[in-house]
Design a protein. Structure first.
Length: 153
């Protein structure tokens, strides 16, 4: 009787360990966006970022804020780039307040590049992960004159 009870307890213990450790061994979720663009993978979904323009005024590159997407810090996983982009010149930058435009729009300049890891996941599909931790602020992914800006709250 005692051996049956020990076996039952051990079996339940092994099953509980297996159930609680399953998420640790889960496969990387393969993400396939439907349209070309830049996305943020959040805990719940894939959110597409709207592109913005980088302007050059006397050698100073800046972005005019245009109602960027907002995300909670804990929800941001990584970034997805889907399409034919020059990923070898991709940078991930914080945006720093520069000055208002003559019309009163806020302008932001590019801060120091944040280290990233770019991994090809398929034809024209890349994942971008920052090295280190993100903090709250205004950020962008920047390729040539196209900027995908967003705010982390």
């Amino acid at each position: 009787m005692k051996t049956k009870m020990k076996r039952g307890t051990i079996l339940i213990f092994v099953l509980l360990i297996a159930l609680f450790s399953m998420p640790l061994y889960a496969k990387d979720d393969k993400v396939q966006p439907k349209e070309y663009g830049v996305y943020i993978k959040t805990q719940k979904s894939l959110v597409r970022l709207m592109p913005n323009m980088a302007y050059d005024e006397k050698g100073v590159f800046y972005v005019e804020s245009n109602n960027p997407a907002r995300f909670v810090l804990k929800d941001i996983g990584y970034f997805i780039i889907y399409g034919q982009y020059e990923t070898n010149i991709l940078t991930f930058n914080p945006l720093l307040f520069f000055q208002p435009s003559p019309l009163g729009k806020q302008r932001y300049i590019f801060g120091k590049d944040v280290d990233i890891t770019l991994k090809k996941q398929g034809t024209d599909l890349y994942s971008v992960k920052q090295k280190g931790l993100l903090s709250r602020g205004y950020y962008c992914l920047w390729i040539n004159d196209t900027v995908w800006d967003f705010i982390i709250e």
